[in-house]
Design a protein around this ligand. Structure first.
Ligand code: A2P
Length: 278
């Protein structure tokens, strides 16, 4: 129950976390508090979600101590650059009422601005200063990661990507495995207007186990050693999504889900895009 995966910096990370994108600041204390009560110990927020202060209130009022929680945030694209990244991290810590983050990510490479390598140098400094225990990236392509490794000698602990049965990123996963970088999966259920939750193959597997389609999809991620970050604004669903420890997909079931991969399965912008989301 609630397994962890090792990171390349010697730390570990709870494999199933709670995502809070699109959660309103005012709703965050209640929803995140309920998630912690349901058993989640890993919360994934970002500056760009505009709910860090609400998440911070949930942590301050949580039924468990800070040391039992794994808290991630991400740097807003507009705050990239050495000095502004460090300043912005301090502001996140203040909003979250924390003196350290477990994980801080560069939210998007934004290659057009060409600041992600300098930003990464700031992340390495912040880790040395003890403000963040682990550092990583999000929406990076292998070429972006290779560049920051070449320039600093420091490999990110994780890369957070869109990854679900309709968009499985098999080559990308192989590259990360060979570089000892864990993958964190966002939109694991297929994103906002997910068709995966109504997929027939997944529905039949869910029936076989007496579980929900969402639970089957989360189980698929867990069984391939991926970190998985489902989100829900509804505490009942969040609770269901954490109730995935009492069943196992067979090899045949995993293969049937593997077959749902589609070339056009991606729902969010490409990493190269200079997106304005975050
Ligand atoms: P809601 O917040 O209304 O529950 P993800 O982005 O993690 O892939 O999730 C996609 C959407 O699936 C979420 O926006 C969430 O919407 C919905 N969802 C999350 N958990 C469940 C569940 N157990 N059953 C049905 N829908 C779910």
């Amino acid at each position: 129950e609630n397994p962890t995966l090792p990171l390349n910096d010697g730390k570990s990370i709870p494999q199933l976390g709670f995502g809070v994108w699109r959660l309103e600041e005012d709703d965050a204390p209640k929803v995140v508090g309920a998630a912690i009560d349901a058993g989640y110990r890993h919360i994934d927020t970002a500056q760009g979600y505009d709910n860090e202060a609400g998440v911070g209130r949930a942590i301050a009022e949580a039924s468990v101590g800070r040391e039992e929680l794994f808290i991630t945030s991400k740097l807003r694209n507009g705050h990239q650059g050495y000095d502004s990244a460090l300043r912005s991290l301090d502001e996140s810590l203040a909003r979250l009422q924390l003196d350290y983050l477990d994980l801080f990510l560069i939210h998007w490479p934004a290659p057009q601005h060409d600041r992600y390598a300098d930003t990464w140098r700031a992340f390495v400094e912040a880790q040395k200063a003890g403000k963040v225990r682990s550092i990583g990236v999000s929406n990076f392509l292998p070429q972006h990661i290779q560049r920051i490794i070449d320039e600093t000698g420091v490999t990110p602990a994780v890369n957070q990507l869109e990854l679900h049965p309709a968009y499985q990123q098999r080559d990308i996963r192989e590259w990360h495995r060979s570089h000892d970088i864990q993958i964190e999966c966002y939109s694991p259920l297929g994103g906002k207007d997910s068709k995966l939750l109504d997929n027939e193959v997944i529905g039949r597997i869910a029936e076989t186990h007496g579980k929900s389609p969402a639970q089957v999809i989360i189980r698929w991620h867990l069984q391939q050693n991926l970190i998985v970050l489902p989100k829900s604004s509804k505490p009942e669903r969040a609770k269901d999504n954490f109730d995935v420890w009492n069943f196992v997909l067979s090899g045949e079931e995993v293969r049937r889900i593997d077959a749902l991969d589609r070339p056009d399965g991606k729902t969010l912008p490409q990493p190269e895009d200079n997106n304005e989301l975050f």
